[in-house]
Design a protein around this ligand. Structure first.
Ligand SMILES: NC(=O)c1ccc[n+]([C@@H]2O[C@H](COP(=O)([O-])OP(=O)(O)OC[C@H]3O[C@@H](n4cnc5c(N)ncnc54)[C@H](OP(=O)(O)O)[C@@H]3O)[C@@H](O)[C@H]2O)c1
Length: 293
């Protein structure tokens, strides 16, 4: 039985999805998070690795608060670069152990109108994006033959509050909400990402992989689809990024090209709207009450 250690597996959006999918596929998956100890202490990590002897480590732990990172650059760097660097170095000292590390579409910025490929040059515009890029580089340089970096984007799914949940909750309270329409990305279902992660880990692929559902959307389009499916009587007002000032600069276009993943899977990842429907009609409905189909 393959043994997995999932950092963030007890509480994270992706971590929880991974635990479910790995266990459903017969893996022995254990979670590791802040409730177990200080993940930034090398001795603690070393002890955890030698006790649990994982075949695959999935690192979903990160400083994910994009705006907060602007004011907490050092802490963001600790979780987004120092931690993955330590994980990769620890595994490099051992005979076995593969690392799947997650990164973000926010490593990209600037003018682009076609989906970003794995070998496009990243130019992060935020502290979050820069620290995540530094984490990618650290992992691939410390453990090039036994690690992959999986860039994903705009996650929704069960287990932790996400953009779709926030929009639908706001719609239940208000008659109208405003959502940015001039930033485009790749909405992605955490449970789909967990399935692809399993395939990537099973094949022990190395290097960088873009793992997102197919298609693209603006935040406003994602919100509109969720509201339409949730059948709430809520008016949606498209606004520009300038009308919704945020501390961290977001890319205007961070759609990821998933054709490398599609070739490995032998099929295109399903469109984000189809995955969103499944989320809302099953997982979200179970947590929040039925959504009418
Ligand atoms: N969510 C997205 O839309 C998105 C988009 C692109 C890339 N990604 C990447 O995908 C990966 C997973 O993201 P996610 O959405 O699943 O993240 P998440 O739900 O925010 O979970 C992050 C995990 O990191 C842990 N963590 C954060 N700060 C910590 C600290 N100071 N000490 C110990 N643990 C800490 C959290 O633990 P607690 O629950 O205890 O806080 C949680 O388990 C990350 O690498 C992220 O950069 C996510």
């Amino acid at each position: 039985m393959t043994k997995a250690l999932v950092l963030g597996g007890a509480t994270g959006l992706l971590g929880q999805a991974l635990m479910r999918v790995l266990q459903a596929h017969g893996w022995q998956a254990e979670a590791l998070g802040r409730a177990d100890g200080n993940l930034l202490e090398l001795d603690f990590l070393e002890e955890q690795f030698s006790q649990r002897k994982p075949d695959v480590v999935f690192n979903t732990v990160a400083w994910t608060q994009v705006d907060d990172a602007e004011d907490h650059a050092e802490e963001a760097l600790l979780f987004n670069r120092t931690l993955p660097d330590a994980l990769a170095r620890l595994l490099a000292r051992q005979e076995k152990g593969f690392l799947v590390h997650y990164s973000t579409d926010f490593v990209f910025s600037g003018k682009h109108t076609t989906a970003w490929k794995e070998d496009d040059t990243p130019t992060p515009a935020s502290v979050y994006g820069s620290t995540k890029l530094a984490g990618e580089e650290a992992v691939l340089s410390a453990l090039p033959d036994r690690a992959c970096v999986v860039r994903t984007a705009w996650l929704f799914g069960p287990g932790r509050r996400n953009f779709v949940d926030v929009i639908l909750a706001a719609c239940h309270k208000r008659d109208a909400i405003s959502v940015v329409h001039d930033q485009y990305g790749s909405p992605t279902y955490s449970l789909d990402l967990a399935q692809w992660s399993l395939a990537l880990a099973e094949q022990r692929v190395t290097g960088i992989w873009h793992a997102v559902n197919s298609g693209q959307a603006s935040w406003c389009e994602l919100a509109a689809e969720a509201i339409a499916l949730n059948s709430g009587p809520c008016r949606l007002e498209p606004i520009t990024s300038e009308q919704w000032p945020q501390k961290a600069v977001r890319p205007k276009f961070s759609v990821l090209d998933n054709s490398k993943l599609a070739a490995l899977l032998g099929k295109n990842p399903r469109p984000w709207a189809q995955a969103l429907r499944e989320y809302l009609f099953s997982e979200y409905a179970a947590q929040n009450g039925a959504v009418t189909q």
